[in-house]
Design a protein around this ligand. Sequence first.
Ligand code: SAH
Length: 362
Amino acid sequence: MLQRPHLTGFSRAELVALFAEIGEPRYRADQVFRGLHGRRSMAFDEMTDLPKSLREKLNELASASTLTVGSRYTSVDGTRRFLMKTHDGYPVEAVFIPTESRDTICFSSQSGCPLKCDFCLTARLGLLRNLTAGEIIEQIILVLNDVYGVGGETPHGTNLVAMGEGEPFLNFENLIKALEIMSDETGLFIVPGRVTVSTAGIVPKIYEFAELDRRPNLAISLSSANDELRDKLMPINKRWPIHELLSAAKAFEKTLKRGERFTFEYVLLGGVNDSDKDAEDLARLLRRHDLRKVKINLIPHNPAEQLDYRPSSPEQVKRFKEILESLDVSAYIRTPRGRDIYAACGQLAAKEEPNLVQIAGI
Ligand code: SAH
């Protein structure tokens, strides 16, 4: 299917160029950018500050929205999962996670995922396709409009995390372009400091990321301090083993400013990677690589029928954290959110659940 250009994925400069091509002045491009991103409008017809003839012209040659929301599930803890579809039928999932102090939106960078992490349900989808910059932004616009009202102001503390479906560093260009567009102050104005990108360890991209001028925060999914186990849990480790990954992490660390830190995520799998020795090995590994500006996010495994793992006991999770802290490593336990609606980490697998609470289409 031939797609009309999706203007949500155009940078301001690209919009200006396109408008020049169709004989429209620059300020019209700025108006459309403000309409799409500042007011989060998803139809040219809503942009009543444009002459009707221009709206008609835009309707003919471009689109302001390409995703459709299939279902929206709400968890007992207030988390919402949005299951959307691209114009060509691929699933895209985003999750809204409210807390008392701030809201977080978790978005997808790919439909499905090519990495075969053994404990993750998204892996079972395989890679369906990369999302375009426009699709990445539009999922966030859809969520923002749903939770804060169409065009409603985004609360200042709202965070974005690229931790939905997919491996962000395997769709690097589109991701970085989307983040750049979202940071524009006449648009969504979500600055890089409010964004965290999580990678399973695509080493060359970590180096590239470290060189970026205005870049988001970084999280690296580690989940084991030894290659033998990590090969099995996260097969990407066979391509870039732990010492290469942590050397890249060290290079990244060197580019941090005073007071900044980055994160390692560690999924705790009962009886697999959660022993006292595993915690000690992890602390030793970080010391060996001289990694100081790090914190560890401990993520209790979110189980699923198709997955062969179980979560660690709450006592062992606590113990793991205490061992790390006793060895001078900061560690935080992440509370699972939205497990009941398949919205928690590693649970995004485009699940349609007729018996889940679902709110009528938006
Ligand atoms: N591909 C990227 C982005 C996904 S982020 C990455 O791997 O970092 C998703 C996070 O959830 C990762 O830290 C991943 O290790 C974790 N995760 C995957 N499956 C999980 C599960 N079943 N339970 C808890 N966390 C899981």
